[in-house]
Design a protein around this ligand. Structure first.
Ligand code: FES
Length: 142
């Protein structure tokens, strides 16, 4: 039963993605591709006046329901957090939101957006890219 509910939430995020769009003059930006399927996600960030807090985030791209829905969920999770907080955000936090068991291939779909966001913040703010991304090296994060 619980899984059905999670599936419904995923579908809702896929159909009505939160924070979907492109941001001109973003303070931080990155994109990534899952080479297994060619799906891609771009993420744009605008910081608040403190230069640390994520005031607005947007994403664009195309891909499977899991990649798009998990990125949409991520957008809701990260607004109001600082760049360092997000650098330290474990992938399990997002996977908990997604809530359904995922195969290794689907795991890459689900984590594409989070990887891209971490790269964007790393570039703009020098926040670390933790070792936990080592297993995800098939994702091309640019
Ligand atoms: Fe491409 Fe999921 S099948 S990201």
């Amino acid at each position: 039963m619980a899984e059905d509910l999670y599936r419904e939430v995923i579908l809702d995020h896929y159909k009505n993605p939160r924070g979907h769009g492109v941001m001109e003059d973003a303070d931080a930006q990155a994109e990534g591709v899952n080479p297994l399927c060619g799906d891609e996600v771009s993420i744009y960030v605008q910081f608040a006046d403190d230069g640390e807090t994520l005031e607005e985030v947007k994403f664009s791209g195309r891909g499977c329901a899991i990649s798009q829905a998990s990125t949409s969920m991520l957008m809701e999770m990260v607004v109001g957090k600082t760049a360092s907080e997000i650098a330290g955000l474990p992938k399990e936090a997002l996977l908990e939101e997604v809530g359904i068991p995922l195969t290794p291939v689907r795991l890459k779909c689900a984590l594409l957006g989070l990887g891209v966001l971490k790269v964007a913040l790393h570039r703009a703010k020098g926040t670390p890219l933790p070792d936990e991304w080592a297993g995800l090296d098939e994702l091309e994060l640019t």
